[in-house]
Design a protein around this ligand. Structure first.
Ligand SMILES: Nc1nc2c(ncn2[C@@H]2O[C@H](COP(=O)(O)OP(=O)(O)OP(=O)(O)O)[C@@H](O)[C@H]2O)c(=O)[nH]1
Length: 314
């Protein structure tokens, strides 16, 4: 997490608030989608697959009365592998530094063991960190009575400062949630200049876009076995400023040769689709034409090997 620098003697209005918020929730709870809805642009990576968010990607909500820096964390879950363990360490470290925590639970699923596990973790936070319970995806539950029943279930889970039902997809109550989160921030001047939406290094965002494209429509076991590393991003030499090209070299790591075959597809067809999709997104992100060079490599059992994990940036 960046260290906030509250500039002394700033010209910010007395009641301006600024600080960090973090959305937690079990995999697929809708955290990334909600982050995007709050920030108003695509900064975090969403997909129908659980646990696609490995990095603490921040989006910044700029308001006239507040600046809310959102830290999107991986799903907090029961650790099964070394990787899972490290993810949880990241989540705990993040939780201990933020001003307010948003605990996301999907309205279309009953409160489950995963939610209770997280609620328990949150109850161990320092007392002063407020937790706002967020009932996500309310559009998936048409019936107001069912939403009411869910809200009661959620209320029974812990000691929340507020409970807010939202639908990120329909933009329902997203503003209300922003109000509620902003109200919990300390007073102080903006932490980041206006207009800056994320401070995540470009390479990490590029890696996430490739990862998202590679996960699209593949079997359930693959997400946990896929890591993406951007090896280099260099402007192609000899191109005129009017006709630039950025060479982006990316390695996609899987654990087994069988997974490599899945990612590549017959005759390389799938990898080509992945490359095309990711390239479009990367070009949109960086605002320059890109030549994307994708390589799929087997790094055996990388999730359980500390040396490999370090090499892959975990
Ligand atoms: N109908 C509906 N679907 C939603 C909403 N928010 C998220 N989803 C869907 O739920 C799935 C999971 O959403 P994400 O935002 O990726 O969830 P997440 O909690 O960030 O997931 P992890 O990264 O796995 O922890 C995606 O298919 C989203 O499109 C919503 O408000 N309404």
């Amino acid at each position: 997490m960046p260290t906030p620098s509250h500039a002394p003697g700033g010209t910010t209005p007395a009641e301006f608030r600024s600080g960090f918020a973090c959305l937690v929730g079990r995999p697929n709870a809708g955290k990334s989608t909600l982050t995007n809805a709050l920030v108003g642009t695509k900064v975090a990576i969403t997909s129908g697959r659980p646990q696609t968010t490995r990095h603490a990607i921040r989006g910044i909500v700029h308001r006239t009365d507040a600046q809310l820096v959102l830290v999107d964390t991986p799903g907090l879950h029961r650790p099964r592998t070394l990787l899972g363990q490290r993810l949880n360490d990241v989540v705990r470290a993040t939780l201990s530094e933020v001003d307010v925590v948003g605990f996301c639970m999907p309205a279309d699923e009953p409160v489950g063991r995963g939610d209770r596990f997280i609620a328990e973790e949150l109850s161990r936070l320092p007392k002063r960190t407020p937790v706002v319970a967020i009932l996500t995806k309310t559009d998936k539950v048409g019936d107001a009575d069912r939403i009411g029943a869910r809200l009661l279930d959620v209320a029974g889970l812990g000691d929340f400062s507020d409970i807010v039902p939202v639908s990120a997809i329909r933009s329902y109550q997203v503003d209300v949630l922003a109000d509620v989160l902003a109200a919990r921030l300390p007073t102080g001047p903006a932490l980041y200049p206006g207009g800056e939406l994320t401070d995540e290094p470009e390479q990490v965002m590029v890696a996430e876009l490739v990862r998202e494209a590679a996960l699209e429509g593949v079997r359930d076991e693959l997400p946990h076995s896929l890591a993406v590393v951007v090896e280099e991003m260099i402007p192609r030499e000899g191109r005129s400023p009017q006709n630039p090209l950025l060479d982006v070299r990316v390695n996609v790591f899987v654990e087994r040769p069988s997974q490599k075959a899945i990612v590549i597809g017959s005759g390389g067809s799938r990898l080509k689709t992945v490359g095309t999709r990711a390239r479009g997104q990367i070009e949109a992100l960086l605002g320059t034409p890109v030549f994307l060079d994708l390589h799929v490599k087997v790094a055996k059992d990388w999730q359980r090997d500390p040396r490999q994990l370090r090499r892959l940036g975990f």
